[in-house]
Ligand binder design. Structure first.
Ligand SMILES: N[C@@H](CCC(=O)N[C@@H](CS)C(=O)NCC(=O)O)C(=O)O
Length: 224
């Protein structure tokens, strides 16, 4: 990163319910910064603090938002791409390698995440409702199909781009973890080993510990 660029700031929540701890999407950005060896600071939002001022940075009131003195941006995938473009640890610099990395980043967010996130929402928020029970088998089948295809492509390679970890693995890992309470991913030996490999990286462990350590805020009324 250029010398003039300021210490990156990542927005995150000061408190979330237990099921979301370790899952909030600022984790992606923290992890990318750790892999890139870049120190950062966090801007912790209290519950309900996504006000008009914050929405100038994140129009939907979500986390993460990101500023580094050069850019002011939102969307975890876009932020990770911004970091990866400046960090060879996250993306090869040759055009073909860069294209492969970006393809996997979009595959994680645009092909794998929709069914996985939908299934996660069914299980986290609507599990007791009849419509969710009726919808779930089709979502499970969709996730299983994509997981099998991903495992097939991964083969015996350690990472999606063969033997090199990239921002594609970073995003894919965070997506696959969304449904870690099911065995849909972990029951695939290759995907289980892949997740263990990626989450075993020191940068991931550091990012996860930092997110957990930041959950110091008080729950909003009615949550605690
Ligand atoms: N596509 C966005 C999604 C961000 C997102 O869903 N953030 C969640 C936390 S993981 C959030 O802020 N939820 C609160 C809300 O949507 O109001 C991204 O990847 O940055």
């Amino acid at each position: 990163m250029n010398a003039h660029v300021a210490t990156p700031t990542v927005s995150a929540f000061a408190w979330v319910p237990d099921f979301a701890k370790g899952q909030v999407r600022d984790l992606r950005v923290r992890w990318a910064l750790e892999e890139a060896g870049l120190p950062y600071r966090t801007d912790l939002l209290s519950p309900g603090q996504a006000n008009a001022d914050y929405r100038r940075h994140q129009p939907f009131g979500q986390v993460p938002a990101f500023q580094d003195g050069e850019v002011d941006m939102f969307e975890s995938g876009a932020i990770v791409l911004h970091i990866a473009e400046r960090a060879p640890a996250l993306m090869p610099t040759d055009p073909a390698g860069r294209a492969r990395t970006i393809s996997w980043m979009f595959a994680a967010l645009n092909t794998m995440e929709p069914p996985i996130q939908t299934l996660g929402e069914l299980d986290f928020f609507h599990a007791d409702q009849d419509w969710a029970k009726a919808r779930r088998p089709a979502m499970v089948a969709w996730v299983e199909k994509r997981a099998a295809e991903l495992a097939q492509r991964l083969g015996d390679n350690p990472y999606l781009d063969s033997d090199r970890f990239t921002a594609g693995d970073l995003l894919m890992t965070t997506v696959l973890r969304i449904i870690d309470r099911t065995d849909l991913i972990r029951s695939q030996p290759r995907l289980n080993a892949y997740l263990e490999r990626c989450t075993g990286r020191p940068a991931f462990q550091k990012a996860l510990a930092a997110q957990m350590a930041d959950f110091m805020g008080s729950p909003p009324p009615g949550w605690g």
